[in-house]
Design a binder for this molecule. Structure first.
Ligand code: GTP
Ligand code: MG
Length: 201
C-alpha cells in the first residue's frame, strides 16, 4: 500500500475562505462518526494521519482542503446530522456545505459516506436526494464493512438503493470500504484517477 503525498492546504470556516480553485476536487461528506476521517487517512495511506479520528462526533465544522499526489484536492466537509433529525434537507447540514457544493467550479465528485452496518437512515436519504436534485456528481461509500457480515451489508446496501429509487432515476456508483482492514482503497483511488483523467481531457 503505497502512501500518497498529501499536503494540508487550509481550513475554511466560511465559503468565502475557501482557497482559489486549482485541481479537481473530491469532497467527502456524511453523518458524523461515519468514518470519514478514517477513510481519508486510509486513502492517503501515510504513517501519520492527515485527518483527526475522533471519539466525539461532530467536531469538524470547517471545510479542510488537502492536495493529494499533486493531482487532486481532497475536501473534508463538516458532518451532517447532529443538528437534530429534520424534514427539510436544508436543516440537515450547514450552509457552508451547500454553499461549497453548489458553487464550487472544480468539484469533480462528492463521496457520500454511509454506515454499512445500519439500515437506511432518513437523514442520509435526504442528503442523497438533495445531491440528486442539485444535479451534483456523487457516489455512495458504505463504510465500516468489517463490522458487518457480508449478507447483512449487502441487504443494507440493497435497501438503500431501493429507498433511493423512490426519487432517483439511476443509482449512483457504490463502493464498500473498511478503514480498519484497508478494503476499498484501491477501488476508490482507481475511480478518482479515472475522473481526474476525464476532467483533463
Ligand atoms: P466526525 O469527524 O467526528 O464526524 O467523525 P468521522 O466521520 O470523521 O469518523 P472517524 O473517522 O473519526 O471514526 C469514528 C469512529 O469509527 C472511530 O472510533 C473510528 O475508529 C471508527 N471507525 C472508522 N472507520 C472504521 C472502520 O472501517 N471499521 C471500524 N471497525 N471502525 C471504524
Ligand atoms: Mg472526522
Amino acid at each position: 500500500m503505497k502512501p500518497l503525498p498529501a499536503q494540508f492546504i487550509k481550513s475554511a470556516a466560511e465559503y468565502e475562505q475557501c482557497p482559489a480553485p486549482s485541481k479537481p476536487e473530491f469532497a467527502f461528506v456524511g453523518r458524523s462518526n461515519v468514518g470519514k476521517s478514517s477513510l481519508i487517512n486510509l486513502l492517503v495511506g501515510g504513517r501519520d494521519p492527515i485527518a483527526l479520528v475522533s471519539s466525539k462526533p461532530g467536531k469538524t465544522r470547517l471545510i479542510n482542503f488537502f492536495e493529494i499526489a499533486s493531482r487532486w484536492n481532497l475536501v473534508d466537509l463538516p458532518g451532517y446530522g447532529y443538528a437534530k433529525v429534520s424534514k427539510s434537507a436544508k436543516d440537515v447540514f450547514q450552509a457552508i456545505v451547500s454553499d461549497y457544493l453548489l458553487d464550487r467550479e472544480k468539484l469533480a465528485c462528492v463521496f457520500q459516506l454511509i454506515d454499512s452496518k445500519i439500515p437506511p437512515q432518513e437523514i442520509d436519504l435526504t442528503f442523497s436526494q438533495w445531491l440528486m436534485e442539485s444535479e451534483l456528481p456523487f457516489v455512495l461509500v458504505f463504510t465500516k464493512a468489517d463490522k458487518t457480515k457480508k449478507g447483512a451489508l449487502d441487504r443494507n446496501v440493497e435497501a438503500y438503493h431501493l429507498a433511493m429509487s423512490e426519487f432517483a432515476e439511476g443509482l449512483p456508483r457504490t463502493f464498500t470500504t473498511s478503514s480498519k482492514k484497508g478494503d476499498g482503497r484501491t477501488d476508490l483511488l482507481e475511480f478518482i484517477n479515472q475522473v481526474v483523467d476525464q476532467t483533463k481531457r
